[in-house]
Design a protein around this ligand. Sequence first.
Ligand code: AMP
Length: 297
Amino acid sequence: MNFQQKNIPFPVDQMKIINSIVHMQALAIAPEREGRRIAFVPTMGFLHEGHASLLREGRKRGDVLVLSIFVNPIQFGVNEDLDSYPRDMERDFKLADECGVDIVFIPTAAEMYPAGFQTGVSVRDITLPLCGASRPGHFDGVATVITKLFNIVRPDVALFGCKDYQQLAVIRRMTADLNLPVEIVGMPIVREADGLAMSSRNSYLSAAQRQSALCLSRAIKRARELFATGERSVAVLERETRAVIEQESAAAIDYVEFRDGAMLHEQEVADSGTLLALAVKIGQIRLIDNTVFGEAF
Ligand code: AMP
């Protein structure tokens, strides 16, 4: 496939790959002036069907579809997987092309965070529990990079997966609080046939770990069954959910929490709209999954 590396004016037939921030900003201005909508899907690459579902929806919602691929260093902790994060640009370009992407924006960390970079976006309460508690500074990194990407890509609509439920909640809060002129769309979790939530990090799993990782979706299914048969006590639901994961010797629970799906406050009594969020380590690999009672699995 011959992907164009240069910036050319719209309309275009071929997907463009842009590295430079000023080029991306310049490209975004043309559709804005012409009243054409830009749909945007930010990712860290190593794309899978979860990403593709966002891109396909973005294709429907925008005239110009922009995908960003950027493994954002400031959202990784010191002992996390920044250096080993999986990458396969050729495969990503192929999937992006198949999903109708117009522009792939792949900035460098050096250009995103040049020497002297000082500014961060910080969202308060909603970033404190769950992954925010396990990964200090993570959501500041996310909020900062998404703000920068919104200013560079200037989207009308941006699509995010419910797989990263707290991230979506943080971005919704930030977008409202800062009056960012972007519509935020949340998309359902895409799962493998056996229930495992798709994730770029699943590629780290050995065959045996891949089997162990099924305990996350199994635990969620168990909680949903109990909820469906009328169980509302979070103490009971949590005990049963944990028990499913604890049966798996390779699994170590980071958190199992039940919170209201909007503000992420703790709940003692579950209802339709309660979020069950899990983070579980399989060996060294930290996986997350979630469900909202009353919504589809
Ligand atoms: P990432 O590349 O992991 O940063 O993810 C980029 C976007 O894809 C985020 O909005 C994720 O929530 C979303 N995403 C990742 N995995 C899935 C999935 N299994 N289903 C739906 N969306 C997903």
